[in-house]
Design a protein around this ligand. Structure first.
Ligand code: URA
Ligand code: CA
Length: 434
């Protein structure tokens, strides 16, 4: 078999066989096939697509490129949660403790920020002392004790995705349904949970900008998960504005703590509760959403959810006191208010650019080796559809060592003030089940 023939075949829009897909993945991981040929094949896939069988074959070839995690040391049904990536998407930090407090088990491996999107590991590391590297034995012990643990991926989990993602990132080949499905589902299938709840983002801050392609991606992933023997449900949710109000690592941890304390509500809380309810149903702890949501409200009110977060933080080496005293989180010396230049309604947001604005402040990385400043970011004061008057505060920027001028300029362009509020925006567009 030769890779050049596969490139020609896909360029003509033909279907690749299971053996051909395995040849491409194995050859790339071993180093036998160079980046430039894989880039060419990826671009052909972006133009011509892959069908469901090819996507499933791709996913399984990727899973088989590395180790599968064994979570059998953790009692009960383990349900994983994954978002395709967004801005101010702090749901994992809220969902994990909610599910744990209601009796479920969440053993989650998360990633770092990527492009304009934040990463759960970077957020957790803003908690003084928190350690995202744990041995598998300790990981199991933490989940068995407090119901939830979030750690970084271990060395050899889907090496094919590590290589392919880095290449896609720099060759304009991220936003293809099959390549995203393969990337996400290979990691989910390898990471050992029994069932999966996906949050597929759609909108100006998501890889899939329209709802129809997000639904297509969601359906593809539900089919692959189900085929591989792991019941998978997918929410298709809005990313036409940041999900929460906080963008930046320590600020997002603070928002999660405020939600778990019952002090704060909004879309981030609503979606986190719905995702947690679905995970509890898949965990076979509840049979319907109303009962699950009632229990979730209960564990927020009685403090049990926040306690689970504190326990997890403590078991992973962090200072659990942050959950009762947010002043212990890293903070900037300087806070700058950004105000509206004119009156009107928030009619749209370029959410991708809102993520980039925070990244440029130092909340994310432009190269792999950049150091993240945990304290910087901004807190948004307005949502889509809100009426604003000239001079109203749109956001509070928490500014560190970097000059915020460019970030603020990008932010102001990205929050569009028009004559009419945004229309057609829903928090949850669809829920796809097997
Ligand atoms: N998240 C992933 O893990 N992979 C993708 O390809 C896109 C989003
Ligand atoms: Ca269905």
């Amino acid at each position: 078999m030769r890779i050049i023939d596969l490139i020609h075949k896909k360029k003509r829009g033909e279907v690749l066989s299971e053996a051909e897909i395995k040849f491409f993945i194995d050859g790339y991981v071993s180093g036998d096939i160079p980046d430039y040929q894989v880039s060419s094949l990826l671009m052909a896939i972006c133009f011509k697509g892959m069908d469901k069988q090819e996507t499933t074959d791709l996913t399984l070839a990727m899973v088989n490129s590395g180790d599968r995690i064994d979570l059998s040391a953790i009692d009960g049904i383990k349900v994983d949660k994954h978002s395709t990536g967004g801005v101010a998407d702090t749901a994992t930090l809220i969902v994990g403790p909610l599910v744990a407090a209601a009796g479920g088990k969440v053993a989650k491996m998360s990633g770092r920020g990527l492009g304009h999107t934040g990463g759960t590991l970077d957020k957790l590391e803003s908690i003084p002392g928190f350690n995202v590297s744990q041995t598998m034995d300790r990981f199991a012990e933490i989940v068995n004790t407090c119901g939830v643990s979030v750690i970084g991926q271990t060395g050899n989990l889907v090496p094919a995705d590590k290589k392919l993602y880095a290449l896609r990132d720099v060759t304009g080949t991220v936003d293809n349904v099959s390549l995203i499905a393969g990337s996400v589902m290979s990691k989910k299938l390898a990471s050992g949970s029994d069932k999966i709840v996906l949050d597929v983002k759609s909108g100006s801050g998501a890889f899939m900008t329209d709802v129809a392609s997000a639904v297509e991606l969601a359906s593809m992933m539900v089919d692959i998960g189900t085929l591989a023997g792991k019941e998978t449900h997918a929410f298709v949710t809005d990313m036409n504005q940041p999900l929460g109000n906080a963008i930046g690592n320590a600020l997002e941890v603070r928002e999660a703590i405020e939600i778990l304390s019952g002090e704060h509500s909004g879309d981030l809380k609503t979606l986190s509760c719905r995702l947690a309810a679905r995970m509890l149903i898949l965990s076979e702890i509840f049979t319907n959403e109303e009962e699950a949501l009632a229990e979730i409200e209960k564990v927020i009110k009685n403090g049990e959810a926040l306690k689970r977060l504190a326990q997890m933080i403590e078991m992973q080496g962090g200072d659990p006191a942050v959950t009762s005293n947010i002043a212990l989180l890293p903070a900037t010396k300087k806070v700058v208010e950004v105000k509206a230049d004119k009156s009107g309604f928030i009619s749209s947001m370029q959410t991708y650019n809102l993520g980039m604005s925070a990244l440029l402040l130092g909340a994310g990385r432009t190269t792999k080796d950049d150091i993240v400043d945990p304290a910087v970011g901004y807190w948004m004061k307005k949502r889509l559809g809100d009426e604003v008057k000239a001079g109203d505060v749109l956001a509070e920027f928490h500014v560190g060592d970097k000059d915020p001028a460019e970030s603020i300029e990008i932010f102001k362009k990205a929050v569009v003030i028009g004559d009419a509020p945004a229309s057609g925006i829903k928090l949850i567009y669809d829920i796809i089940t097997p």
